[in-house]
Design a protein around this ligand. Structure first.
Ligand SMILES: Cc1cc2nc3c(=O)[nH]c(=O)nc-3n(C[C@H](O)[C@H](O)[C@H](O)COP(=O)(O)O)c2cc1C
Length: 217
């Protein structure tokens, strides 16, 4: 797959098949993260691989968030606010908890601004794209109870939690989120031509496929 295909195949998946992700594929995903650039090459990312049932049970405990139709259109069976049904877990067989060590990451010498969340974001993005290239669906999860996650997973104090990636084969009846998936502003809305007053004009514009996993069923 060329990069354009991979970038369009990466769409958010919120309904996973129960089939485990093969170790070779987990390794490929982690390797993609390993080669990500980080500030001064300090590599402060710390990625916790969660695929054992007892660890995934813990994810179910802290992955709750306030449901808002504006953000997520959940499939019917998920459309309940009963967190005890673990509805925001989406059945992922593999979860990567992406953290960074705040004692290791680069800090801007003048402003003191830490680069850790940027570094870890790049790592997570590389891993998502690698996952898409090997036919796995992903969703980036920022909205969860990080304090509870820290406690349940024994995450060290000096590790900042960035996000979780849920990863797995999309469920057979997976459908992309009709509200947000595959919708992007035209280039001229977000890119500018030498001057922020001048929108960047281009004829080059591609629609994303509605469900890039359709042929994988
Ligand atoms: C930084 C970030 C945080 C996100 N947090 C969540 C989340 O907590 N829960 C969730 O279901 N989706 C989350 N998403 C997924 C976005 O809603 C999704 O990427 C967006 O709607 C675009 O759809 P697409 O990924 O299919 O292109 C997050 C995505 C990003 C990049």
């Amino acid at each position: 797959m060329d990069f354009r295909d991979i970038s369009k195949k990466r769409i958010t998946v919120r309904k996973f098949d129960q089939r485990p992700v093969e170790k070779e594929k987990v390794d490929l995903i982690l390797e993609a993260g390993r080669w990500s650039p980080t500030a001064v090459d300090y590599q402060p990312q710390r990625v916790l691989v969660l695929n054992q049932p007892e660890q995934l049970d813990k994810v179910r405990e802290f992955c709750t968030f306030g449901y808002d139709k504006k953000y997520v259109e959940l499939t019917e069976e998920c459309d309940t606010k009963d967190h005890k049904n673990n509805v925001y877990y989406y059945g992922a067989p593999l979860v990567l908890m992406v953290c960074y060590d705040k004692d290791v990451c680069w800090k801007h010498p003048q402003s003191g601004e830490a680069s850790g969340s940027t570094d870890a974001t790049i790592v997570a993005t590389h891993m998502m794209l690698e996952a898409a290239s090997i036919d796995l669906g992903t969703v980036w999860i920022s909205y969860f109870d990080k304090d509870k996650a820290r406690k349940l997973l024994n995450i060290p104090e000096n590790y900042e939690i960035l996000c979780m990636l849920y990863i797995g084969y999309p469920a057979k009846d997976f459908k992309p989120n009709p509200i947000m998936s595959g919708k992007r502003f035209p280039i001229e809305h977000t890119c500018f031509d030498n001057d922020f007053a001048v929108p960047y004009k281009t004829e080059f514009f591609e629609e994303a496929p509605r469900n890039p996993f359709e042929n994988n069923k």
